[in-house]
Write a protein that binds this ligand. Structure first.
Ligand code: UDX
Length: 469
């Protein structure tokens, strides 16, 4: 579908943005586009979504410069992608490029700049052929980018592939900019027995150096060492622009006494949150698409209930079943929530998270500590940053063998200790989480590192429009 005709005057600069079709990728891309559009009102941004994603986000309020165009879904249901990730990632590499190119041919406006998710490496090839600058957007930490990029170095040192149950605790410290890291903390797909995913991920780096820019949804101050190393390694500009979370919308509903803009579903859980004591509720969510076994979910439910700690739990399709299992008195189980607003609510005292990068950034923005429960991908590395480097969270899987279920007894113990307002461990973690909140908020304040980088990116966009006219 080509974008609908607009009656507005043709804008001076036209950017095409194409996110990878997954929540953890679409969200940061959309947040970047909204920031660019609100800083430069004469920018036109065509966001290319799969049909399914247009259905999911097409109804959201957008700044005037943003419009959507669609290409077909890569698989019949993208929301099922967690069930067979290699097939899904593979399809994004082979089935999106052609319809994207056809769509570009139908656009009336000249394209001056492309922002494409790093996973969609074919967009770099397209931009190079058309002489259009491409910024590749990496929606995860810079450290994870570097670890994936340097897998060949691990291979040369005999550290990849490896058996995590034997060598997981061993550390490596030879990747420039990466602090000493246990092998178990490198992104888990690198050491899974099934190597299909890592093979697909490695493909995305082959043409990366042909991009003109690399955008990382992180904060320079959080990853300065790895950013310095990457800046020395690559010849193109690398910009951190995070946190790529919807902080611009926050003002609208953080005053929860005036609830007019909330939907009925939101009213229910915000009303409940409003009635809880400050910092007393544990927010629990394992992200937008990954699942753990029903047995593990039951253990989490039983552990939470027995802890006596109040909780708000996002359990997607299992919300009703788990609410019944836990009972209403213990906490609320909902299918979905407005996560950043929930995290910033004064009743929330911490976050039990799988440690997806967006969830982590949102939690740091809210200044709350975390319980890390990594499932796959970059979440193992993010746990390392949160627990070991930044000390703003605890590891729920500390003594767990890979693949082992975390039992309710351990969960109860962990949650009680984590939420205990009198514990010195919690007080220290909360203090540090507040310091990190300052760092991240500073980055997006006037003159902060992310704001400065966004201004540079906008300059490049404007120049590429001028150069081509
Ligand atoms: C995926 C990967 O799993 C993650 O590791 C990687 O860093 C990014 O891509 P996902 O698992 O969905 O993402 O996790 P995360 O990055 O945390 O993104 C989830 C997004 O969904 C967040 O922006 C969060 O605010 C949003 N969300 C989640 C909601 O808005 N409401 C909810 O109830 C749950």
């Amino acid at each position: 579908m080509a974008p609908a005709a607009r009656s507005e005057p043709i804008k001076a600069c036209h950017v095409v943005a194409v996110p990878y079709p997954g929540r953890g990728h679409v969200n940061p891309m959309m947040n970047l586009c909204k920031l660019l559009a609100s800083s430069k009102p004469d920018l036109l941004i065509t966001v290319v979504l799969t049909e399914e994603w247009l259905g999911l986000i097409g109804g959201e309020e957008m700044p005037p410069g943003i419009r959507f165009a669609t290409i077909p879904n890569v698989l019949p249901s993208e929301l099922e992608r967690a069930a067979d990730m290699p097939s899904f990632v593979g399809a994004t590499q082979t089935k999106m490029g052609e319809p994207f190119e056809q769509l570009m041919g139908r656009l009336a406006e000249p394209i001056h700049f492309i922002i494409a998710d790093t996973f969609l490496f074919w967009a770099i090839e397209f931009g190079n052929r058309r002489n259009i600058p491409v910024a590749s957007l990496w929606p995860m930490p810079a450290s994870v980018f570097s670890l994936f990029y340097h897998l060949d170095l691990l291979e040369r040192n005999g550290d990849h592939p490896f058996d995590v149950s034997e060598r997981g605790e061993e550390r490596i410290d030879y990747i420039e900019g990466i602090e000493s890291i246990r092998l178990i903390d490198i992104p888990s797909i690198a050491y899974m027995k099934d190597q299909r995913l890592i093979t697909l991920v490695r493909r995305i780096f082959i043409n990366l150096t042909k991009a003109q820019y690399l955008l990382i949804s992180s904060i320079y101050e959080l990853e300065s060492r790895v950013m310095e190393a990457l800046n020395l390694e690559f010849s193109f500009p690398i910009y951190t622009f995070g946190p790529a979370i919807p902080y611009l919308n926050l003002e609208k509903v953080t005053t929860l006494s005036s609830n007019q803009s909330l939907s009925d579903d939101q009213l229910i859980y915000f009303d409940w949150l409003n009635s809880q004591p400050p910092s007393s509720v544990l927010y629990v969510s394992l992200g937008s698409f990954l699942s753990v076994s029903a047995e593990q979910m039951d253990e989490i439910g039983d552990g939470l209930r027995a802890s006596g700690v109040r909780f708000l739990w996002v359990a997607r399709g299992e919300a009703e079943r788990l609410q019944q299992r836990c009972g209403e008195a213990a906490g609320r189980v909902v299918p979905w929530c407005d996560q950043l607003k929930v995290l910033c609510h004064p009743s929330i005292g911490g976050f039990w998270t799988h440690g997806g990068w967006n969830s982590t950034m949102e939690c740091i923005f809210s200044g709350k500590p975390m319980i890390c429960f990594p499932i796959i991908l970059d979440q193992t590395t993010i746990r390392k940053h949160v627990v070991e480097d930044w000390k703003i969270g605890v590891d729920s899987k500390k003594y767990l063998a890979p693949g082992e279920i975390l039992r309710s007894g351990k969960i109860t113990e962990l949650v009680k200790r984590f939420m205990d307002a009198d514990s010195s461990e919690r007080r220290e973690m909360v203090g540090r989480a507040r310091e990190f909140r300052q760092i991240i908020r500073q980055a997006v304040s006037e003159g902060g590192s992310s704001m400065t980088n966004l201004a540079s990116l906008l300059n490049h966009i404007v120049h590429s429009a001028c150069d081509s006219s």
